[in-house]
Design a binder for this molecule. Structure first.
Ligand code: GLY
Ligand code: MN
Ligand code: MN
Length: 444
């Protein structure tokens, strides 16, 4: 899929690039180097093999330009000068060679096309010791060996939480792509297809290969939804599926979406009622994605709201407060409310207190929360509350004093449905939040 005209990437790119240059200049000053050299990266091979993992570009490289398939290339930037792209186009008849750069971004770079790894090194700065070299350990070019200076990385990671309007436009396209897949997957569930076939329908609708997905699809029918990262994909048709949890995203030039929906079969009315309650609660949490909102406080708020929903529907007999304090909420919601999203699905900087590498702690008793920051305009977060019926955690809960507050007959009757998660990608703005996921569903 290409960007729609209103996504306006060409018009937004110059200001994005200027912002990346500003951040990079500040980061170079913080680590006392003159020049930034960012490696796109190299493919990783399997152990003792000449086959390898799919190539995944360095997100720092993708922050500069939308070039996800150019292993061996480098961006070089010295503040005050035009950025340079050393573009490797190998002479290779075994593999597809990256096409010559084109598009709205190329005029903003001095592009030097080379055809061998040695030629790449010749076009990088003479003295690597004056450079901050950013990349994975295997992304070397002669004596250019990534050192990822901590002072530089801390600053870049802290600031990467705030997206430019260009990045929001990229994320918007990634959301649209994911939602195409979700629509096809829901249809396949309603038609009674096995998990594997639903997955194939998702790929077909997004036009993404398995390797291009931002993360492995979670396609879970019935009790499989209680496995948080269920990636098994049963090939057999279900006898009759009552519930369907799908967590699957899209990707666009390295920018990702992360979307979850949960569905009930028509006869599973009691499951639909709980899905509706989580959906209503989730929209309330999305509405709180505003500047100044503490993300960990939103996470704790979600625990209370969801326990009230469970009390309203007869799963627990105590107050929401008692359910949170007694550990009941953590048994039903054992993951965090969400995370930053961008060039990485779980984007960097979620715990950053400042540009110097200090971190913000997680609330006690919530070890899986991935974001402890206070929201600012430009941040993009997922909001993904859930309720799960996980045998392991329910057995542990049963052994605690809080077990007396659980209506076990009702809980046991719901184990067959697995779990609920509703996940949207939401932009914090200067005003009302912008929900990229709901916007894409409304348009699909
Ligand atoms: N799909 C991974 C997550 O929701 O964080
Ligand atoms: Mn997520
Ligand atoms: Mn997800």
């Amino acid at each position: 899929m290409t960007a729609a005209p209103q996504d306006n990437l060409a018009a937004l790119y110059p200001a994005h690039l200027a912002e990346i240059e500003r951040r990079s200049a500040d980061a170079l000053a913080a680590c006392g180097r003159d020049t930034l050299a960012v490696a796109a990266g190299q493919p990783h091979l399997w152990f003792l093999d000449d086959e390898g993992y799919p190539f995944k570009a360095n997100p720092h490289f993708l922050h500069w330009l939308p070039l996800a398939g150019a292993p061996g290339s480098w961006v070089v930037f010295t503040p005050g000068q035009k950025p340079k792209l050393v573009f490797l186009q190998p002479r290779d008849y075994w593999h597809v060679v990256p096409a010559a750069p084109s598009g709205y971004w190329v005029d903003h770079f001095d592009i030097i096309t080379v055809h061998t790894a040695d030629a790449v090194r010749a076009r990088l700065p003479k003295d690597p010791s004056r450079c901050a070299i950013v990349g994975a350990a295997n992304a070397t070019a002669g004596d250019f060996v990534p050192d990822n200076p901590p002072a530089l990385m801390h600053l870049l990671h802290y600031r990467r939480a705030v997206k430019t309007p260009y990045e929001i436009a990229m994320l918007r396209v990634a959301s649209k792509i994911g939602v195409h897949g979700h629509r096809a997957a829901e249809k396949a569930f309603r038609a009674g297809l096995p998990e594997f076939d639903i997955h194939c329908k998702y790929l077909e609708a997004t036009r993404l290969t398995e390797h291009e997905l931002p993360y492995g699809n979670i396609i879970a029918l019935d009790a499989h939804g209680s496995v948080l990262h269920y990636m098994h994909q049963d090939r057999n048709p279900p006898l009759h599926a009552h519930s369907f949890l799908i967590d699957a995203g899209g990707t666009f030039h390295g920018y990702n979406s992360d979307i979850t929906r949960t569905y009930a079969a028509p006869e599973a009315g009691e499951w639909q009622a709980l899905v509706d309650a989580v959906d209503a609660a989730q929209q309330g949490f999305c509405a709180k994605v505003r500047a100044g909102q503490s993300y960990p406080e939103l996470h704790l708020h979600a625990h209370h709201v969801l326990m009230q929903a469970m009390r309203d529907q007869g799963f627990i007999s105590c107050s929401a407060e008692a359910a949170v304090a007694g550990g009941i909420s953590s048994a039903f919601l054992p993951h965090g409310l969400g995370h930053l999203i961008g060039l990485q699905v779980h984007d960097v900087g979620g715990f950053a207190a400042d540009e110097a590498g200090h971190t913000l702690p997680k609330p006690e008793g919530h070890p899986h929360l991935r974001c402890t920051r206070t929201l600012e305009p430009g941040m993009v977060v997922t909001i993904e509350p859930g309720l799960y019926f996980i045998d392991l955690l329910l057995a542990q809960l049963k052994a605690t004093p809080a077990a007396k507050d659980v209506v076990w007959a009702k809980v046991d009757a719901f184990r067959q449905y697995g779990g609920i998660r509703i996940e949207d990608d939401v932009v914090c703005t200067h005003g009302a939040p912008l929900n990229l996921t709901r916007e894409a569903f409304a348009a699909a």
